[in-house]
Design a protein around this ligand. Structure first.
Ligand code: NAP
Length: 494
């Protein structure tokens, strides 16, 4: 057991569902193991919610919305509760970081410095947003007054993926609650532990019963039951484009509001006039941070031909030097993939890349750290050179540590290749020419552009996709529009 494990004395949440302010077994008593991807061992059993449990959670969340105090609570009291849960998340940062690392394979180096601290930052930010949820007075016809009220939607169900379990949940839960909605959260079955831990913290903070509920279980049964349930007003989804499309189709009958944070195949462009040392660092971090299991991964690296060999050589040198290791070792930068399906997907795309004729120049195979037991899902950082943008490895989201390096000659060609994808989540451009940087930023069809940097995020900044990467924005004050509806009130003054 590493130092980090000992230091926080973590406690794994019990295998129960959190409904109406209390813990209960799934209606049929079923549970399933959640597994540590570092060694294949079972961490704990997790309850598998049924349709009966969905009905119970919806009843609790609906009652808390229509009869309970939450949407009508004085804004300062609502903000105080969000501040309280932010403080508890801060108090239990070590435990949250540990759970994220053992459940997801995320190195503790990142879960303790990024995921856990930002969790409480998100809650603090939206505690501050509660009092800013105001309407406006409009210039209406003479003899009348018109004003708008910004009101909550009702019951919101966030459905979240496995790669940033804590942060992607809270970027939905915090604004939803701040706006006065009640919540039923379905985390990924691969990484449910921090969601259960947060349920404990919401209860400890004193949130009224039914305001916050957590149901664990698989997407196809549990997720779909939420999507079609008439008692739910909104699905806030982060996940793959394919599942996002299915949710949009299936939620149509009940006319649910949806927001969709979907997949990506983001281009990261290095021009010959860039600070090449810095650009290589951003390219490396852009794809290999979080083992490539990040929606914004700069998985297509476009390099201007004059510096192509130099950039490739520097990147390969860095990639082959990475030694994957135990996520709980504070020195580990690169852990195991999050679950077996991910491991198989990455392995199969590496075979596809080779069969398509791309040049494998780093990695391309599983790895076994000597210091860890058998059964870990480790895969080496992988680089394909001389990739054609039409290849499947350049067009389809791999969602793992696989970089496609593509040469280009002109600015126009770089933009054409960069935008030559169904996705539009993020992008990067590296150049010392400020005019070119802004021209390219304007030409990129993506929700985020990073200039001379990559993978920067902040709770204050809107984030979301163009094209097949989805719609709706998370973070920033803009997100509150996705959790509220406007009422227009007319008054006769005559
Ligand atoms: P996923 O397979 O789409 O699953 C996401 C969530 O949806 C999981 O909780 C999943 O449960 C559930 N789900 C699956 N099928 C469902 C259905 N038919 N109805 C309702 N819910 C269903 O995605 P993932 O593999 O967990 O995560 C990787 C994907 O997320 C990548 O495409 C990545 O780009 C995307 N992502 C996007 C962002 C963003 O902000 N744009 C951020 C992070 C990740 P099961 O696991 O049981 O299927």
């Amino acid at each position: 057991m590493s130092q980090a494990t000992k230091a926080v004395a973590p406690r794994v949440p019990q295998g129960k569902l959190f409904i109406a302010g209390g813990w209960r077994d799934a209606s049929d008593g079923s549970t399933r193991a959640t597994v540590n991807p570092a060694d294949g061992s079972e961490i704990t059993q997790v309850a598998q919610a049924t349709a009966v449990d969905v009905d119970a959670a919806v009843a609790a969340a609906r009652a808390a919305f229509t009869e309970g105090p939450w949407p009508r609570l004085d804004v300062h009291a609502r903000a105080r509760l969000l501040t309280r849960v932010a403080e508890l998340a801060e108090r239990d940062q070590g435990e949250l970081a540990y759970l994220e690392s053992v459940d997801m394979g995320k190195p503790i180096m990142f879960s303790s410095t990024v995921d856990a601290p930002i969790a409480s930052q998100i809650l603090h930010y939206f505690a501050g947003a509660v009092a800013r949820l105001d309407g406006s007075v409009r210039g209406a016809a003479t003899g009348t007054l018109n004003y708008t009220l910004r009101e909550p939607l009702g019951v919101v169900a966030p459905i979240t993926p496995f790669n940033f379990p804590l942060l992607l949940s809270l970027t939905k839960i915090a604004p939803a609650l701040a706006a006065g909605n009640t919540v039923i959260h379905k985390p990924s079955p691969a990484t449910p532990l921090t969601a259960l831990k947060m349920a404990e913290l919401f209860a400890e903070a004193g949130f009224p019963d039914g305001v916050m509920n957590v149901l664990t279980g698989p997407g196809v049964e549990l997720g779909e039951a939420l999507v079609v349930h008439p008692g739910i007003d909104k699905i806030a989804f982060t996940g793959s484009t394919e599942v996002g499309k299915s949710i949009i189709r299936k939620s149509a009958d009940t006319l649910k509001k949806t927001t969709m944070e979907l997949g990506g195949k983001s281009p990261n462009i290095i021009f010959a006039d860039a600070d090449l040392d810095a650009a290589v660092q951003h390219a490396f971090f852009g794809i290999f941070y979080n083992k490539g299991e990040i929606c914004t991964a700069g998985s297509r690296l476009l390099v201007q031909r004059e510096v192509y060999d130099q950039v490739l050589e520097a990147l390969v040198a860095q990639a082959v030097a990475v030694v994957p290791g135990d996520p709980l070792d504070p020195a580990t930068f690169f852990g195991p993939l999050a679950h077996r399906g991910q491991f198989e997907k990455v392995s199969s795309y590496v075979e596809i890349g080779q069969s398509e004729g791309a040049k494998l120049v780093a990695g391309g195979r599983p790895f076994h750290p000597t210091a860890t037991p058998d059964g870990g899902l480790y895969y080496l950082p992988t680089i394909f050179a001389d990739v054609d943008n039409a290849m499947r490895i350049a067009q389809e989201e791999i969602f793992g540590p696989v970089l496609c390096v593509i040469p280009f000659d002109t600015e126009e060609q770089a933009l054409q290749i960069a935008n030559g994808t169904a996705f539009g989540l993020a992008s990067g451009v590296h150049t010392r020419d400020i005019k070119k940087a802004h021209r390219v930023a304007a030409g990129l069809k993506a929700g985020t552009v990073w200039i001379n940097t990559y993978n920067q995020f902040d709770t204050t900044t809107p984030f979301g996709g163009y094209k097949a990467s989805g719609f709706g924005r998370e973070s920033g004050s803009e997100v509150l529009e996705n959790y509220t509806q406007l009422k227009s009130v007319w008054v006769d003054l005559s």
